[in-house]
Design a protein around this ligand. Structure first.
Ligand code: AMP
Ligand code: ZN
Length: 107
């Protein structure tokens, strides 16, 4: 996936600040935030979209959500509240075709 931006970021090949990293995911700030806090939670594995999920991806999807909960606490937006969402395909607003979970909050 040589030309995939999020593979490059997840692989540490850009100067994007990584807020959190595990063996299978990374978290970084959205470059064009839609809220005071706007994070992207991204698997290192290249999965094109929610439409391409396979049964073996279930564990990473649950890790994305669990990481969102952990990051919400760290960013101190857990009590005020936040939204989690996936944009799916062009009609759903997906622009980067590497799976990512948006977390927005901090209003
Ligand atoms: P989506 O529309 O769900 O595909 O979301 C893609 C998101 O990636 C958008 O909110 C963009 O602002 C964000 N984005 C694009 N390029 C970068 C980048 N280099 N670093 C961080 N976020 C980015
Ligand atoms: Zn990718």
């Amino acid at each position: 996936m040589g030309d995939c931006l999020f593979c490059s970021i997840a692989g540490g090949k850009t100067d994007t600040e990584i807020l959190h990293e595990t063996e299978d995911l990374v978290v970084f700030r959205d470059i064009n935030p839609h809220a005071p806090v706007h994070l992207l939670i991204v698997p290192k594995k290249h999965i094109r979209s929610i439409n391409d999920l396979r049964p073996e991806d279930l564990e990473i999807v649950s890790k994305l959500i669990y990481t969102a909960k952990e990051m919400a606490g760290r960013m101190k937006i857990n009590e005020s509240g936040y939204r989690l969402f996936f944009n799916v395909e062009k009609g759903g607003g997906q622009v980067i075709f590497h799976l990512h979970l948006h977390m927005i909050g901090g209003w």
